[in-house]
Design a protein around this ligand. Structure first.
Ligand code: 4AD
Length: 576
């Protein structure tokens, strides 16, 4: 039986709403075909004459007149439905207008005017000398703006950015309606300086007389600008690295990397080192078995190289001083901002040198590289974007024996966590002072380097902390407490990054080397070729490895080395 409320006069037609089996789409408000919501009843039957809305929550209930607050809610809901409907109608109208424009735009045909002077095909970088001429340039749409019947586009081609203006018919062709960021286009037109009060990359722009799309990019929800933004998390950015690296900052880092690599080569070539290419597939370790990536190589076990050092040593008698720029691989368990599983390793090896010569050489190589880099055309613009505060280090670099570093850490109350408590929760960890013989962990090393604020050559590490091949220091300086021996080894630490170079003199006596293998429990047979370097005319020699990504992170002021590789590799990341 139906009841009525004061606010829902019963004189209008009765409309039924069943919240369980009613349907807003298929219902008509009759008792046989009730609606699902009272809001839809109001929308379909209108506000007047006032409806007698009868509702029930389920089939087992009696029909009852809608209550006051439910009616208020239904009226609000009806307004919402009307608004939505209106919006949908407007969107439909816009879409059909766009479709009409697009259909019309299909009739607009653009043809290159053969009577115009021939255009010079060029890269953006070389445009300046063609000002006043007709030019032909291809690139990716970097920015895009429409204003009335004009389109302003900035294209990039890897050598620079160029502003292009499409006016009149050029902005009305079908392809113009589909154009979006990252599409590739070819433009032809007059290159002219921008008016004085305006600015554009290179100080000029092309007033196009012809253009065409080479490859479209997606519009809508897959468009380049909607795939990621500044708030996107590191995992999404890594998944979309192939798109992210098109952005100005990432591209600047990678361009700086290119210049840096050629500056390294220029610097080392200038110091009379020859570039060689050692293998990546090896069967020996260099920096400890724990970080080796092993794999099945036909019938045998092999590894991805951790360092090309041993190979470089064997090349000394053939080519003299050598270097390589090669990928090194480390199965690193350290998830830090300076560790990668694959990194670009610049390594060099020099014959007939002393430890002092080695450190002087590293300093020369680095300072010459920085001088060359900063003098490279285009680099000052990149540095202005990435690291305007960068100052090249002053020489000589500070040299600090390992024992002094330990004293500095104690004095400055930089402690380290004990081995027994390092895996416990933070509030249960125990911190103690460093003592001679301790490894200086990354955090402590960084605190010291940042506090000192300039490059530090930290040298003379205890032999038990270092690799098997390191030459021990001679004389009393080489003797530590309790029979500890120090090595002719050095790390170059840079503020903000920490260790960027690790180097040492190498054991050059064959018997001493065999004993060192034995001491570290490494079978020496697979190293026969390495030991032969000592047997067939040995010499005092040494070398170093420089992590290109760490060096770049320092120069380009990047928070992590992960940004300094084309496609970074770290635990859990090998795609794209
Ligand atoms: O100190 P490392 O391990 O020394 C060697 O590999 C020597 N065999 C090199 C040589 O003497 N030829 O590595 C040298 C440098 C480090 O200072 C660091 O810059 C970089 O390589 N490096 C890494 N960079 C990124 N991720 C990692 N996992 C790295 N491991 C080392």
């Amino acid at each position: 039986m139906a009841t009525t409320s004061n606010d829902a006069p019963a004189e209008g037609p009765s409309v039924y709403v069943d919240e369980q089996i009613g349907s807003d789409e298929a219902g008509d408000g009759s008792i046989q075909k009730p609606y699902h919501s009272a809001a839809q009843a109001i929308v379909n039957h209108g506000p007047s004459p006032p409806l007698n809305i009868l509702t029930r929550k389920s089939e087992t209930e009696e029909w009852a007149a809608i209550g006051i607050s439910a009616l208020k809610k239904a009226r609000k809901g009806a307004e919402g439905i009307e608004k939505k409907k209106q919006k949908a109608l407007e969107a439909e109208a816009r879409a059909s207008q766009k479709a009409a424009e697009q259909a019309k735009s299909k009739d607009v045909v653009l043809e290159e005017d053969a009577s115009l002077p021939e255009a010079v095909k060029t890269k953006i970088k070389y445009l300046e000398k063609h000002r006043g001429k007709r030019v032909r340039v291809s690139g990716w749409v970097h920015r895009l703006r429409s204003q009335g019947k004009m389109m302003f586009i900035v294209i990039r081609d890897g050598t620079g950015f160029l502003q292009v203006i499409l006016g009149g018919k050029l902005s009305q062709i079908h392809d113009a309606t589909l154009l979006t960021n990252e599409a590739t286009i070819e433009i032809v037109g007059q290159l002219q300086p921008v008016p004085e009060e305006k600015s554009a990359p290179g100080g000029h722009e092309v007033l196009a007389d012809f253009w065409k799309v080479i490859g479209h990019a997606p519009l809508g929800e897959n468009s380049y600008l909607t795939r990621f933004n500044q708030e996107s998390g590191p995992s999404l950015l890594a998944d979309l690295r192939h798109l992210v690296l098109r952005g100005e900052t990432q591209a600047a880092v990678l361009k700086l990397r290119t210049c840096l690599l050629s500056s390294f080569r220029n610097s080392l070539d200038g110091l009379d080192l020859k570039e060689v290419t050692p293998p990546c597939i090896v069967q020996t370790q260099v920096e400890g078995g724990a970080t080796l990536f092993g794999f099945q190589y036909y019938e045998e076990k092999a590894y991805l190289t951790q360092s090309s050092q041993l190979y470089l040593e064997t090349v000394l008698p053939a080519l003299g001083d050598v270097y390589c720029v090669q990928e090194s691989f480390r199965a690193e368990t350290s998830h830090t901002r300076r560790h990668l599983s694959e990194f670009t390793h610049l390594e060099a090896e020099l014959a007939f040198i002393t430890f002092e010569d080695l450190m002087t050489h590293i300093e020369d190589a680095i300072c010459n590289t920085i001088d060359h880099l900063l003098a490279t055309p285009g680099v000052s613009e990149l540095m202005a974007v990435l690291n305007p505060e960068f100052k090249k280090p002053t020489r000589p670099f500070m040299r600090m024996p390992y024992t002094d570093a330990i004293a500095w850490l104690v004095e400055n109350k930089v402690q380290h966590v004990t081995e027994e408590t390092e895996d416990l929760p933070d509030d249960q960890k125990v911190y103690v002072d460093h003592v001679v013989g301790d490894d200086i962990a990354e955090a402590a090393e960084r605190k010291m380097t940042d506090a000192i604020g300039r490059p530090i050559f930290l040298y003379g590490f205890p032999s038990h902390l270092k690799s098997f091949y390191m030459q021990k220091m001679k004389g009393p300086e080489g003797q530590g407490p309790n029979g500890m021996a120090f090595t002719e080894s050095c790390d170059l630490l840079m503020p903000g990054v920490g260790e960027v170079v690790g180097g040492s003199m190498r054991i050059h006596d064959a018997d001493e080397l065999i004993a060192a293998f034995k001491k570290q429990g490494i079978p020496s047979e697979p190293y026969y070729w390495y030991v032969d370097q000592r047997r067939y005319g040995t010499c005092e020699h040494g070398g170093y490895g420089l992590g290109v990504e760490r060096f770049l992170a320092w120069i380009a002021n990047r928070y992590t080395v992960r940004e300094c590789q084309l496609y970074g590799r770290w635990p859990g990341r090998a795609t794209p």
